[in-house]
Write a protein that binds this ligand. Structure first.
Ligand code: SAM
Length: 201
C-alpha cells in the first residue's frame, strides 16, 4: 500500500462531493459489468467493499433484499447516503469498514468491489480476498484497475504515486486460494477489468 488507510480516506473525503463527475468510459464500463455479473436475487444480501459514493450499491438495491456498503471514507459514504435518500431506497446501509476489517458478520450472498482494491499492496489484496472468502458469498465480482499485460508506462490508467494494481494472474491465484473458481474475465482496457468468481465445489 503506497498510502495508509487514513491517507486514502482523507484523499477521498476531499474529492467526495465531485467524485461522480467526469468518470472515464472505462470506469463506467466497469460499473456496468460489475452490476451485470452480480445478479443478486430478491432474497440476497449484497456486500459492497470500498463502496465509495455508492455507484454499485445503488444500482443493485432494486434487485437485492439488502445492500450493505463498507468504506473507509466517511465523505464518500455521506454522498452515497444522500443519493440513496434522494432515490427513496431504504434497503441500503453504509458504514465504516475496511477490506481487512469489513465489520460485517451477517449473511452475505454476493460480494462486489469496484475500483477500490488497487489501493492495497498485493499481499493485502490476497488477505482481503481470503477474508471475503471466509464471509461465504456464493459469488464475488471484482472490478478494478488490473494488468492484463505489461502496463504501458507512458499511459498508466492509475496514479503510480498512490495506486498499486495487481496483475490478473495474482488476483486469479488469490481467488482460487480463497476457495473461488474464476468463471468470467472481462477485459475493459489492458489495465482495467472485471473478474467474476464463484464458490468452488
Ligand atoms: C475509486 S473509489 C471507488 C468507489 C466505488 N466503488 C465506485 O465504483 O465508484 C475507491 C474507494 O475505495 C475506498 N478504499 C480505499 N482503501 C480502502 C480500504 N482499505 N478498505 C475499504 N475501502 C477502501 C476509498 O475510500 C474510496 O471510496
Amino acid at each position: 500500500m503506497k498510502r495508509t488507510p487514513e491517507e486514502h480516506a482523507a484523499r477521498f473525503d476531499e474529492v467526495a462531493p465531485e467524485y461522480d463527475a467526469d468518470k472515464s468510459d472505462e470506469y463506467r464500463a466497469c460499473v456496468s459489468l460489475v452490476v451485470e455479473h452480480a445478479v443478486p436475487g430478491p432474497d440476497d444480501v449484497v456486500l459492497d467493499l470500498g463502496c465509495g459514493t455508492g455507484a454499485i450499491a445503488l444500482a443493485l438495491a432494486g434487485d437485492a433484499r439488502e445492500v450493505v456498503g463498507r468504506d473507509i471514507s466517511e465523505g464518500m459514504m455521506e454522498e452515497a447516503r444522500r443519493k440513496a435518500d434522494e432515490a427513496g431506497l431504504e434497503n441500503l446501509s453504509f458504514k465504516y469498514g475496511s477490506f481487512r476489517e469489513p465489520d460485517y458478520d451477517g449473511e452475505v450472498d454476493v460480494v462486489v468491489s469496484n475500483f477500490a482494491m488497487h489501493h492495497l499492496a498485493d499481499d493485502e489484496k490476497r488477505e482481503a480476498i481470503r477474508i471475503i472468502g471466509e464471509l461465504g458469498p456464493r459469488r464475488f465480482v471484482l472490478g478494478d484497475v488490473m494488468f492484463f499485460g505489461e502496463p504501458d508506462p507512458d499511459e498508466p490508467f492509475y496514479d503510480p504515486e498512490v495506486d498499486d494494481p495487481a496483475t490478473v494472474g495474482v488476483l486469479a491465484d488469490a481467488l482460487t486460494d480463497a476457495g473461488f473458481a474464476l468463471v468470467a474475465v472481462e477485459m475493459v482496457h489492458e489495465q482495467v477489468g472485471v473478474l467474476v468468481a464463484e464458490r468452488a465445489g
